[in-house]
Design a protein around this ligand. Structure first.
Ligand SMILES: [Mn+2]
Length: 317
């Protein structure tokens, strides 16, 4: 990885500010990859601006985490240059997939991918599925996203999780909008779906989710999984959904009990006159990093179990 892929401060803000997340990729425990890609949003436009708003809002976060009582940033955070293009999905998605694959070579780091529309998950899950044969995906969303194709393309955000469901188990939470044409994929094959109205409280949901997930977990977060009172700035909002506190209980439990290998955070669609959505998304990302670094003992055990001594010798370009 060359330094040219590290963020140029003149183009995009860094997570938490320039003086905090300008760590080199080699020295970072957390790597943020902004992907301001939007082609198929079907309702409200604006997810292309999501990563920039997310990074800008992060400068307003306190560095000391009041729940975890520590300064997570000290573990090292690197904000990469935004990865975007005017290309079509057919050419862009393979490039994004190749970039994520390069980054998976650094197994001691946790990648957070910030979208952009949720279809990006189609490109970001496969490198992890290849690396971790026992991977499953925790899919936090209001929508099932299991259509094979929508509005003439399989790269639509409404199809975000369909390819992953063919690669590995997918465990869906927060679901409260399903199309009749995707209904046959809900709770079928490798998909386990927990409807929100049947599972509104984390205490009862958590054991069921942990049982459904495998050892290695990729977390894909569509921010519309939250109640719109928590995050109103999303492309396709739905009433109901997780509270801030309940979602954190769920994510904390999964990160403590599983080997979470990467996280994506999608569909942030900044609104005019309020920064609550991007600020909450940034706080969520920082809190998740905190949970991940608290779970470092488990991570070290995982690395030892897999006889992994550090980044592979051959650096990606
Ligand atoms: Mn959604």
């Amino acid at each position: 990885m060359t330094q040219s892929l590290i963020l140029s401060p003149h183009r995009y803000p860094s997570f938490l500010g320039e003086d905090i997340s300008n760590t080199s990729l080699e020295g970072a425990r957390f790597v943020i990859l902004p992907v301001p890609y939007e082609k198929t949003t079907s309702y409200k436009k604006g997810t292309e601006e999501g990563p920039r708003a997310f990074l800008k809002a992060s400068s307003q976060l306190e560095l000391w985490d009041e729940e975890l009582k520590k300064e997570t940033w000290k573990a090292g955070i690197c904000t990469l240059a935004p990865f975007s293009s005017e290309e079509t999905a057919e050419t862009f998605f393979p490039k994004l997939q190749a970039r994520v694959k390069e980054l998976t070579a650094y197994r001691d780091k946790k990648l957070l991918i910030i979208g952009g529309e949720h279809s990006l998950t189609q490109a970001t899950v496969p490198p992890y599925a290849e690396l971790y044969p026992q991977l499953s995906v925790l899919h936090f969303d209001a929508h099932a996203d299991l259509r094979e194709e929508y509005e003439g393309t399989p790269y639509n955000h409404a199809c975000a999780l369909y390819p992953a469901s063919k690669l590995c188990p997918v465990v869906q939470v927060g679901i409260r909008s399903v199309a009749s044409e995707e209904l046959h994929r809900v709770n079928s094959g490798r998909v386990k779906t927990f409807f929100y109205h049947e599972n509104p409280k984390s205490e009862k949901l958590i054991p069921k989710v942990l049982q459904s997930l495998t050892r290695d977990v990729y977390i894909s977060i569509d921010l519309d999984g939250f109640d719109p009172a928590v995050i109103p700035g999303v492309g396709t909002p739905q009433p109901g959904g997780f509270s801030w506190e309940d979602s954190l209980k769920l994510f904390r439990a999964v990160i403590q009990k599983k080997n979470v290998v990467a996280i994506d955070l999608m569909e942030l669609c900044p609104l005019k006159d309020t920064e609550i959505s991007e600020f909450t998304a940034a706080k969520l990302a920082y809190r998740l990093m905190g949970y991940l670094s608290a779970g470092q003992a488990t991570h070290k055990k995982f690395l030892a179990r897999n006889h992994f001594k550090g980044p592979r010798k051959k650096s990606p370009k």
